[in-house]
Design a protein around this ligand. Structure first.
Ligand SMILES: Cc1ncc(COP(=O)(O)O)c(C=O)c1O
Length: 422
């Protein structure tokens, strides 16, 4: 049976005698207003996480490009903008979300392993801060596009340092066998070539070895490799502007200690020691992950004779894909625990797939049909990965700030869903 510590990382989301709270608002209040399943985020937790990262850099020139892929709901993106963040966009859809939220093109870095010709053309004409380039072929295409448009494209080369992030293999990106980036051994000559192209301005080196990384060593080694390369390029006379160390800092899903923002940033700054370049990072999960919960209601409790106990929720893999996609663990707690000893339970969703399971053998306080349940740490890669499988409309999202909460995305209706169809 899996027993998980109750400890919480921040004062923004926690239990008190009135039930689970997001800042000063009870989970029960939001669930009563929005229905379940629904996502709820704490603005205070987002601000706190952002400020910790930002403050850790001290006077060191830096830029935080929030990774939109983690959560690109407009209100969250606007909140990050109000804090001084810039953005990392992984698709043209995300670039447009950033623009609609008021970001200037020069505040956007554009990343992606397979950018289409149309996406590259748009990024070039927008003149984004940097296009993180993934291959020699992409460099060639960008040069041609920029020259044809009579402009220059600001490019950073994404290098693959062949470093094991020691995260889940599905979210590791920095090994030689992964599809991401250019082998670091080829980078020096490639950037030299870039610098000679009419359509390209090399502005930086980019490295991102994966997500949910809870060891500083691989992150520091990747940063050191990129910094060493940048030093060589500067000595070759290539006038780079920045080192972009990507995202990847993990969070604690199970209460076990993980490195904090301070230790992470200190490791990156040490890795870049002596470099005159500004540092950029692209954090997603560490900023919004712990700030969100999924509220869901128990729709059935099924005790097999002499066997497993299934707690069936009204949320499943359509609302929160992470457990089905990579066996991700999330703390799951009754919003208002009933008296009684915890018993093992399989916590499952209502979808007709056996992989639709949030937890197996989890120690769970007694629960009855109709009880409200909180799934923790879903602010990143939660709502954004939602699907409408089984014609299940996407759930609503709410943002709590102090004692106020607002709906930042309404529940999708079946009419919304069908409106695209003939
Ligand atoms: C290029 C890039 N930058 C930044 C991120 C954000 O990573 P994380 O949410 O782990 O901080 C990702 C996600 O894997 C990514 O692919």
């Amino acid at each position: 049976m899996i027993t998980v510590p109750r400890a919480v990382s921040a004062p923004f989301l926690q239990h008190d005698p009135g039930g689970f709270r997001i800042e000063s608002v009870t989970a029960a209040d939001v669930a009563a207003g929005l229905g379940t399943p629904c996502y709820v985020y704490s603005a205070g937790a987002v601000r706190d996480a952002y400020h910790r990262l930002d403050a850790a850099f001290g006077d060191h020139p830096h830029a935080i490009h929030y990774a939109l892929k983690a959560n690109s709901t407009l209100a969250i993106v606007r909140l990050l903008r109000s804090l001084g963040s810039r953005v990392d966009a992984n698709s043209m859809g995300e670039v447009d979300v950033a623009l609609r939220c008021g970001f200037a093109p020069r505040e956007i870095v554009f990343t992606g392993v397979g950018k289409s010709a149309a996406e590259l053309a748009r990024a070039v004409t927008l003149d984004v801060h940097a296009i993180n380039v993934e291959s020699p072929g992409e460099l060639e295409r960008l040069d041609q596009l920029a020259t044809a448009h009579g402009v220059t494209a600001r490019v950073a080369l994404r290098v693959n340092p062949d470093i094991d992030a020691q995260s889940h293999p599905h979210i590791s990106t920095g090994l030689r066998d992964n599809k991401f980036g250019v082998p670091i051994a080829l980078a020096r000559s490639l950037v030299g070539d870039m610098a000679r192209r009419r359509g390209l301005v090399p502005v930086g080196i980019h490295v991102h070895i994966g997500s949910q990384i809870t060891l500083l060593d691989p992150l520091a080694r990747a940063a050191e490799a990129a910094a060493t390369l940048a030093r060589e390029l500067l000595s070759d006379g290539v006038p780079l502007e920045q080192l972009d160390f990507g995202g990847g800092l993990g969070i604690s899903y199970d209460g076990a200690p993980v490195p904090g923002a301070g230790a992470y940033v200190r490791a990156l700054v040490a890795a870049a020691a002596g470099s005159p370049l500004a540092l950029a990072i692209e954090p997603g999960r560490s900023i919004v992950g712990p700030a969100g919960v999924l509220l869901t209601t128990v729709v059935d409790v099924k005790q097999l004779p002499g066997g497993r106990r299934f707690v069936v929720l009204d949320a499943g893999m359509t609302e929160l894909m992470r457990p089905a996609l990579y066996g991700a663990f999330h703390r799951i707690e009754p919003a208002r625990p009933r008296a009684g000893a915890a018993e093992p339970a399989d916590v499952v969703g209502p979808i007709c797939e056996s992989t639709d399971r949030f937890a197996r053998d989890l120690a769970l306080a007694p629960l009855e049909v109709g009880d409200l349940v909180v799934v923790r740490d879903v602010g990143a890669y939660g709502a954004v990965l939602g699907s409408t499988y089984l014609r299940r409309p996407l759930p609503p999202e709410a943002l709590v700030d102090g004692d106020r909460w607002t709906t930042i995305r309404r529940r999708q209706t079946l009419d919304d869903l069908l409106s695209l169809e003939a």
